[in-house]
Design a protein around this ligand. Structure first.
Ligand code: ADP
Length: 397
């Protein structure tokens, strides 16, 4: 079974054609600068990536048409015809409270996704445009929506409610939603497989540490709390996002510098996080290099990030009444042994003992805790495309 996975943004679109049963990726790539000057990248399995610039791509329709043409093209194509695409899985950022799992897309579902647009005004409209373009070009092919928020719909009210006047929840749906759900679901399922235990019996803390970061407590396979909130700005500091902060700071800075709320949020989303703190970069590789040369702010940014992640690990162990394994995933989690080590340092009282030699690893599934560590520490590369393809295949079978 071949599933085309589509992740549509406002001016870009990532795609992958894969078989969820064999996990074979037949081709993948991305369309960039849609509506501008169209850049197209296509990488068939086992061959070099093909890159084209100035591809006519005024809308997402032409971008998806370019993807489909490449997939069936003689020479570098990977399938004989479009009939060999059994279904399309679409990443959708926000499913609000309407979607607690992935769904087969119908007109009713499209209307419900549109109703979630105000909750993710930058992302959902782009996801919808991607779905519409595929529907036009592939009539009759089943489409599935996989939501970033769905996995977190199992959180109890005490975790998802903000202590605000209740009416803001009732009338305006202001609550914690959480994001990166597809990644947290994938790595926790892999963790259960690695530990050889049913997920229902495990208390797991999943640390998705990338450009955007979130930590999730997963008890018995269900998300019971997560650090991102109503928007992906909450939780730990990120590449350029501040993470949690005292809302009083907004009033103070806005008054002092005559900033409007949009300008303030631009600072919190794009100029804060480890980049803002270090004055160096949002990239952890740059922080590491600068810190090694004695840059104190870069070292502080690394420390601050690891400290906040560690605090949530402790908080979620408390929330679940223990932890069987801590998982590290995404760009930083999979590659940065120094950050992993800083997060785990001092957690011995919780039964967490990292093995320095085992931690000297990158980008592959590994147990990185010591043999006598009561709680295991796992490195698990995330694979959101595979999770989307698995969900999609299960729904269209
Ligand atoms: P996104 O949230 O954009 O999907 P990723 O999960 O791909 O992000 O993570 C990207 C981040 O991973 C980069 O900004 C960088 O900080 C970090 N990263 C990637 N490779 C390494 C590495 N070898 N060492 C440390 N950090 C790394």
């Amino acid at each position: 079974m071949n599933i085309l996975v589509i992740n549509a943004g406002s001016s870009s679109l990532k795609y992958q054609l894969l078989n969820p049963e064999t996990q074979q990726v037949l081709a993948k790539g991305l369309c960039e600068r849609i509506g501008i000057d169209g850049k197209f990248t296509y990488k068939p399995e086992g061959k070099e990536a093909i890159k084209e610039a100035d591809v006519a791509m005024p809308t997402h329709n032409e971008a998806i048409k370019a993807v489909l043409d490449a997939l069936v093209a003689p020479g570098n194509g990977v399938i004989g015809s479009m009939k060999e695409i059994d279904a399309v899985g679409h990443r959708v950022v926000h499913g609000g409270e309407k979607f607690a799992k992935s769904v087969l897309i119908t007109e009713e579902v499209m209307a419900a996704i549109e109703e979630c647009n105000p909750l993710a005004p930058l992302h959902n409209p782009a996801n919808i445009i991607g779905i519409r373009a595929c529907q036009e070009l592939m009539p009759g092919t089943p489409m599935v929506a996989v939501f970033d928020t769905a996995f977190h719909q199992t959180m109890p009210a005490a975790a998802y409610m903000y202590a605000l006047p209740y009416e803001y929840y009732e009338k305006d749906k202001v609550r914690r939603y959480g994001f990166h759900g597809t990644s947290h679901k994938y790595v926790t399922q892999r963790a259960a497989a690695m530990l050889g235990k049913p997920i229902e019996e495990l208390k797991l803390i999943s640390c998705h540490l990338g450009n955007g970061s979130s930590i999730t407590a997963v008890d018995g396979g269900k998300s019971v709390d997560t650090t991102m909130g109503f928007t992906p700005l909450a939780g730990v500091p990120m590449g350029t996002r501040s993470g949690d902060l005292d809302a009083g700071i907004l009033q103070y800075l806005m008054n002092k510098y005559g900033m409007g709320i949009d300008e303030m949020l631009n600072v919190l989303n794009k100029k804060s996080g480890v980049e803002g703190l270090s004055c160096v970069s949002s990239d952890f590789r740059d922080l590491e290099a600068a810190a090694a040369k004695g840059d104190e702010k870069a070292a502080l940014a690394q420390k601050k990030f690891a400290y906040e992640v560690k605090k949530y690990v402790g908080a979620y162990a408390a929330a679940m009444g223990g932890v069987d394994a801590i998982i590290f995933t995404a760009g930083v989690g999979e590659n940065d042994k120094a950050i992993r080590s800083m997060v785990c340092e001092g957690l011995e009282y919780m039964g967490v003992k990292l093995d320095a030699a085992a931690n000297d690893v990158r980008g592959k599934e590994a147990v990185i805790s010591a043999a006598d560590s009561k709680a295991k520490v796992l490195l698990i590369p995330t694979n959101e495309e595979l999770m989307i393809a698995i969900d999609t295949a299960a729904l269209v079978k």
